[in-house]
Design a protein around this ligand. Sequence first.
Ligand code: GDP
Ligand code: GDP
Length: 463
Amino acid sequence: MTSSFPPDPGHDLPVVVIAGRPNVGKSTIFNRLVGRRQALVADTPGVTRDRKESETTVRGRRIRLIDTAGLEEAAPDTLFGRMRASSESAVAMADLVLFCVDARAGITPADEHFAAWLRRQGRPVLVLANKAEGRQGAAAAMEAFSLGLGAPLGISAEHGEGLADLMGEIADRIPAGPLHPRRAPRRVESEDEDGDVRPPGPLRLAIVGRPNAGKSTLLNRLLGEERMITGPEPGLTRDSVSVMLHDDEGPIQLVDTAGLRRKARIDETLEKMSVSASIEALKMAEVVILALDATLGVHEQDLQIARLIEREGRCCVLALNKWDAVEDRNVTRQAIRDRIEMSLSQMRGIPVVAFSALTGAGVNKLLPTVRRAYEVWNRRVPTGELNRWFEMMVSRHPPPLVQGRRLKLRYITQAKSRPPTFILFGTRTEQMPEDYQRYLVNGLREAFDLPGTPIRLLLRGSQ
Ligand code: GDP
Ligand code: GDP
């Protein structure tokens, strides 16, 4: 069976492989994604399936989906050995591995061995915690975080829960375009690396801010031509919704420029619209430029938008526009930064760029800053380094007593990036006071150089 895996000539679709222990629901997931009851699903582990591969469409993208269930022909005597033998050749050519575990049964030693082996294969992995239906499901799915392969997605293949999310995740993670050369397995440096994947394609950038901050002028400046909004001519609004820019490092897609233009035309309602419009832009963007009119300082509405950026976990660059009209530049820059950092602890160290969209002075610093912020947002901290830091932090300030008992903190791991998300395992961690959490988050930001990016700290622990 494995001999059918080398790709047929001309068969160059992205390959998505479903792997995991017998009976976790691989075939059920396969059927859900293929949309027909094509594979035989049975309650007995290891039942041979007659169909393990199918082409299917996920969010408009054709993929080749392979179910490794029932491929246990080599049959070494350990369960992990069988899992590995059955999926090795499929995983080697995978553009994405869906590693399935059973959320109800919990993580087993075979899952852990398989996860460690998968990490060494260097293929992108998404952990699916299946059988996570109902209210208990989400919590049960979280346990799969401990596999160190990024944030698990809880689904219930049988009940059809979480399938839309699953399709979105797959579409985000497979290579763009139908044709791509089959790659040799990527070597990973260390086991600390996990399978977190950057969606391929351009960096997605949005410009948000209050009306008259100069967003349209900036957009024109970045595009290097006066073909946008500031004029009143009708028809300008019919341009495409997003525009492509190119800098030294590649393409940058400016999203929601249509929203920008639309708003620029109806001035009276702008104040009310700018916050809700920002939400739309945020959803589509990875990096957000928050544009301020520096002559006006920070307005409550700017903070509201900044809060949204933080809440959505986006990476933010603060743009101080109209710098040509600012008199005392040092004082202004410091006052604006202080106001933002004081109101929003997660914006500490936020990158700030001052320029004049009108004259163009200083605008050239903007995209390099966007790129650097994006790198921070994508950064991964190796688990070893993280735990050495963690021990130091805990010995410097032991966690407080809660109801007379000390919290036990065991270890910390980075579950994902974009934004950097850490999980802390221990006992009664859910009772950790906020100021101790802040101590850890601020410490993470400083120790691992994560300025201005939202950091998520998730707490997992038994009672
Ligand atoms: P495979 O061996 O990994 O391919 O697993 P199957 O797809 O054959 O599923 C094994 C068993 O788990 C079957 O009895 C399925 O009906 C059941 N199953 C699959 N998905 C779910 C789910 O989301 N929830 C529950 N409760 N059971 C499921
Ligand atoms: P938007 O509502 O955020 O899209 O703002 P616009 O780009 O339409 O700009 C609002 C006003 O600010 C216009 O009159 C612009 O000419 C002016 N403006 C934009 N950028 C600058 C700048 O860098 N310096 C100065 N002095 N004025 C600017």
